[in-house]
Write a protein that binds this ligand. Structure first.
Ligand code: DSN
Length: 482
């Protein structure tokens, strides 16, 4: 089907859908229209966001939403799940084929849920085998109350080593205020204070000293690639399970930009991901694993998860089918190329980047040299129609709320069709905003970390320059909701 025909069908589908919605709650129909206008009219640089295809979006709006399907394919706690079985089996098949994984689990509702399933499966896998044999049980579901008491004691003493939040790790990688930092004894590895880069010798030394059950690799704000073969070597040296959270860069793995040692799937025991970031699918999560972890991952629902969102699993299947097309590899390579263009655009204008650049889909800009906090920079940029998020930089002196950085990602604007010149221009516009933003003062007259003043006319000038680029690369072209 031609792109023009798809656009016409999509436009008519959404016009009619919004009329139906408006007949019940017009304010929701209005907010939906406005959200499209806002997304169309701004430079979306949030590294974890993207634009899913109309096929993916439309798949989510069906009666699969109405079906309960706790359990696994062919083994449900509810009757009438034959079509959900088709959907879930297809999502898993596409995921296995796309990533070369032995096993795929498409039920997690989000990346955090996927990580909880992974933690559960690693813990369960560890106690199955000799530990359960001693209790003469086949699996943890057969345990008596006394067995569970012993299991709780055993599991409560396990250790997890993950990347620290201010080095780019995620809060579910053992950050203390998160459940992962409460249920495990946790330690964190950081990055080199000089270069900002991961130092595998430091990770190895920490792992040898701490002897974790789970070694977590992966990141949300680290602008570099990771050598997962090395991480697996470290895990093996200390008898740990290697879990990789590829939520951010799954699109680069799917698109064969990260191959060999940079592809986590052949090296990790368990890989978790979201499906909506660089992978460009519906909002959700997924777990990939080796066969030996499959039985415990399969118990994710109801052990850790509520009933699967069948409509979202259907959309995952559609998105994964898209990611198996050659065009997805072109997109993924462009995401990485564009991140380099953006980084070079900043460096050539004297801006300061954590690690001095990027080789993935994101750039971490340290805004301290502009005299701003991340919070001030984020707000000033938003005033100018540039949507980013503030982010900690290593050893951030402004803490996790105000921060000293801005995280910028290229997947969404790459999907829109932006290339090298546009990303260079984006760097120019961002530097222009930050150079023309002054930190404000508190009511008491002291320096504020939140308030700021944006120079007169700056926002309009940047919005006009952005509009020129955005108009050249329309979002959902042909979709007319006026
Ligand atoms: N919210 C996601 C991100 O922005 O990286 C991760 O939780």
């Amino acid at each position: 089907m031609s792109d023009a025909h798809i656009s016409a069908l999509t436009s008519s589908a959404y016009q009619q859908a919004l009329e139906v919605i408006a007949s019940v709650e017009p304010r929701i129909a209005e907010a939906t229209r406005k959200e499209l206008a806002d997304q169309r009219g701004s430079l979306k640089l949030i590294a974890s966001e993207n634009y899913a295809s109309p096929a993916v979006l439309l798949t989510m709006g069906t009666w699969f939403s109405d079906k309960y399907a706790e359990g696994t394919v062919g083994h449900r706690f509810y009757a009438g799940c034959q079509n959900v079985d088709t959907v879930e089996a297809l999502a898993a098949e596409h995921a296995r084929e796309l990533f070369g994984a032995e096993y795929a689990y498409a039920q997690p509702h989000s990346g955090i849920d996927a990580n909880l399933v992974a933690f559960w499966s690693i813990l369960a896998h560890r106690v199955e085998g000799p530990w359960l044999e001693r209790l003469e049980k086949k699996n943890v579901n057969d345990l008596t109350d006394e067995g569970w008491e012993e299991l709780r004691h055993e599991l409560g003493n396990q250790r997890l080593l993950g990347m620290s939040l201010d080095s780019g790790g995620h809060l579910t990688h053992g950050f203390r205020p998160n459940i992962s930092g409460k249920m495990f004894h946790q330690q964190q590895y950081g990055t080199d204070p000089e270069t900002g880069l991961l130092d595998y010798d430091v990770v190895r030394a920490k792992a040898k000293e701490f002897k974790p059950l789970v070694l977590v690799a992966g990141y949300s704000a680290y602008p570099r690639r990771v050598n997962f073969a090395k991480m697996r070597e470290i895990a093996d040296e200390v008898g740990a399970t290697l879990m990789v959270d590829m939520a951010h860069f799954a699109g680069l793995v799917a698109g064969k930009v990260f191959v060999g040692d940079e592809d986590p799937v052949p090296h990790a025991h368990v890989v978790t991901t979201t499906t909506h970031k660089s992978l460009r699918g519906p909002r959700g999560g997924m777990v990939l694993a080796t066969e030996e972890y499959a039985p415990s991952v399969d118990r994710g629902c109801p052990m850790v998860l509520g009933g699967p969102l069948s409509h979202v699993m259907a959309a995952k299947a559609v998105a994964l089918a898209e990611a198996r097309q050659p065009a997805f590899q072109t997109y993924a390579q462009q995401v990485a190329d564009n991140a380099k263009s953006l980084a070079e655009g900043f460096l050539s204008r004297g801006a300061d980047l954590v690690t001095g650049g990027t080789d993935n889909h994101l750039v971490l800009l340290d805004v301290s040299a502009f005299g701003l906090t991340g919070r001030q920079a984020e707000s000033a940029l938003l005033d100018a129609g540039v949507v980013t998020n503030r982010n900690s930089v290593p050893n951030d002196r402004n803490g996790a709320w105000y921060t000293s950085g801005i995280r910028l990602g290229t997947p969404a604007l790459t999907t829109r069709g932006f290339g090298h010149d546009e990303f260079d221009n984006v760097a120019e516009l961002i530097v222009h905003v930050l150079q023309n933003t002054q930190p404000g003062t508190t009511k008491a007259g002291g320096p504020s970390k939140a308030s700021y003043e944006l120079g007169e006319g700056v926002a309009d000038k940047v919005k006009d320059a952005s509009a020129e680029m955005l108009d050249k690369h329309p979002l959902y072209p042909g979709l007319d909701l006026a």
